[in-house]
Design a protein around this ligand. Structure first.
Ligand code: ADP
Length: 205
């Protein structure tokens, strides 16, 4: 999925357009939200100012789902880089709702932003923590001059966040963030998450 491959939104043509397999929504006159199905490990746009977001856990040393896929694709250096992120408490490198950045090694993007979503049903106010995970990822990306960023459906796997709620939180966080990203993508692995994200985008954008 080269992010740019099917791109080219016409800003005068209304707020939504479907280009090939990518749904595009205007965030501002210079910023676009794109939704697509796929594997986030093969996503990139320009290799210099792009980043993917990892749905990590607090230890940041790898796991299943998208985290495992990102570590496999990046190679073992990613685990070493994560290991070097200082612990803020024993065994915790990234508390839930926060974000950390590393290099991306064998991945086609320049950086990986690791964030930790809430485990649904285990914490109070999972909506606040999920929103924080998106907002803190965007802030860290902005501080690091990232212009293109792609998110997976944070917390929607083993952390069991309901897709329809998670998608609304995700889309509204992106919409409300004062964005100077050129493109913000969601790369959604399953039909269910893709459909939920499309519905939320049609509702909120
Ligand atoms: P969490 O622990 O935050 O729930 P998971 O990795 O279990 O994280 O799941 C988060 C979402 O990522 C799920 O919707 C899952 O289907 C999706 N996912 C798994 N592998 C990939 C991948 N390679 N690219 C994009 N999304 C993926």
């Amino acid at each position: 999925i080269a992010g740019e491959a099917k791109a080219g939104i016409s800003s005068s043509a209304g707020r939504r357009e479907r280009l090939g397999e990518v749904d595009c929504f205007e965030l501002s006159s210079s910023s676009v939200l794109k939704l697509q199905k796929g594997d986030i490990t093969s996503w990139f746009v320009d290799g210099k100012t792009d980043a993917i977001v990892n749905a990590a856990n607090e230890k940041m040393l790898g796991g299943g789902g998208v985290d495992g896929a990102i570590h496999r694709a990046a190679g073992p250096e990613l685990k070493t880089a994560c290991y070097e992120v200082p612990e803020v408490q024993p065994g915790v490198r990234c508390p839930t709702g926060e974000a950390r950045i590393t290099r991306a090694f064998k991945l086609p993007v320049s950086r990986v932003i690791h964030t930790v979503g809430p485990i649904y049903g285990l914490v109070d106010k999972p909506d606040v923590l999920l929103r924080n995970a998106y907002i803190n990822s965007l802030k860290l990306a902005k501080e690091n001059n990232i212009h293109y960023i792609a998110f997976p459906a944070i917390s929607c796997g083993v952390y069991r966040y309901p897709f329809d709620e998670a998608s609304k939180i995700a889309i509204s966080a992106i919409k409300e963030f004062p964005s100077d990203f050129k493109e913000v993508h969601f790369v959604l692995f399953s039909d269910d998450t893709y459909r939920a994200w499309l519905e939320a985008a049609l509702e909120f954008m």
